[in-house]
Ligand binder design. Structure first.
Ligand code: PXP
Length: 242
């Protein structure tokens, strides 16, 4: 059965907007787990715009399912991750001016740097996932660099405006997830998934886990976090059964 990992960055975004101590992403993570999430994801950005070091430290102590730390391949953040020891890390590209992670990681172009980071984490027993576009060259490069997991970027699929475009982008996701699976990589997917577009992706058999943040947090503001998580799980499970 496909799993759902929930990104709680935007709980911290709201907190940081006021510079006070609520809402707390640590509390939100607990509610997500109680509602059925299989993992919690946070992105400790170099600019600390939402998640803070304190959050990651506390989440390490409180998350009962699996803590996935998203991060740039930067020396400072690698050091923090090695000290905190999350259950896994996801390497993502990071640009200061972006609103959210834009494209996937260019593993082909930075294979040496990425392989070095993966080796550091492997030594500490921490599995590494690489966030990549649905591109066969990137998948092969991820395998060669020593990754054991890839997260396929669903952003282009989610941003399509016509059925034809959506079918084309979905085809790329399907091909990429199967190819990664054949290379013995664990395959996750995420970015931009919401209550409308998630069903089709959740039906892909090669996928192990979906990573979703914004849509769940946006709905949580209207209906509450527990219900927002359960409604997402319901859609995912129904789609995955077909
Ligand atoms: N996966 C990765 C690698 C991401 O960077 C993000 C955004 O933080 C997500 C998944 C979740 O994306 P969204 O918030 O659009 O659901």
């Amino acid at each position: 059965m496909i799993k759902l990992a929930i990104n709680v960055d935007h709980v911290a975004t709201l907190r940081q907007a006021r510079g006070i101590n609520e809402p707390d992403p640590v509390l939100a993570a607990g509610i997500c787990e109680l509602a059925g999430a299989s993992g919690i994801v946070v992105h400790l950005r170099e600019d600390r715009r939402h998640i803070q070091d304190r959050d990651v430290q506390l989440l390490r102590q409180t998350v009962k399912t699996k803590l996935n730390l998203e991060m740039a391949t930067s020396e400072e953040i690698i050091g923090i991750a090695l000290a905190i020891k999350p259950d896994m890390v996801t390497l993502v590209p990071e640009k200061r001016a972006e609103l959210t992670t834009e494209g996937g990681l260019d593993v082909v172009g930075q294979q040496k740097k990425i392989a070095k980071a993966i080796a550091q984490f492997a030594k500490a027993g921490i599995p590494v996932s690489l966030f990549i576009d649905p591109d066969l060259d990137q998948i092969k490069a991820a395998r060669q660099a020593g990754a054991t997991i890839v997260e396929i970027h669903t952003g282009r699929y989610c941003n399509t405006r016509t059925e034809t475009e959506q079918n084309r982008e979905f085809g790329l996701l399907a091909t990429a997830s199967e190819a990664a699976c054949e290379l013995n990589l664990k395959v996750n997917a995420g970015h931009g998934l919401n209550y409308i577009n998630v069903g089709r992706v959740a039906g892909l058999e090669a996928l192990d886990e979906l990573s979703i943040g914004h849509a769940i947090m946006a709905r949580a503001m209207m209906v509450g976090l527990d219900r927002a998580v359960r409604e997402m799980l319901d859609i995912i499970y129904k789609a995955n059964k077909r």
